[in-house]
Design a protein. Sequence first.
Length: 134
Amino acid sequence: MKGQMTKKLLIALLVCAVVALVLTAYFGRTREPDPKGTITVTVKELDGTVVTEDAIDFWDEASVFDILSDYYGDTIRYEIGPYGPFIYDIAGVETDGYTSWLSLYVDGTYSMVGIGEVVPQNGMKIVLAHENTW
């Protein structure tokens, strides 16, 4: 009888230990906090065709450029110059930076600062429009 009681106690302790490990793993995991906000990014071709329109969540990014470079990854080509980042290509829209470029519009207005200086705000609408001199 004493042997059976010891066996049941050990099994109960083992079950409790497993449950404690599972609960610790579940509740102790790192969770990503809720996003600080969402911006909408629209990329347009020369003829005004919308190539992509994406709602992008952001957390603590310092600029819209940080968000775009992370989100578009392999489909963005840029150069960091004396005035900050200059985007040549994004989401399949390609420019040469001389005869055509991407103009930046923030909430429907042409931006007077570069994309590296635009601080993201929840609900902000960004348009990168392929434009040229012709």
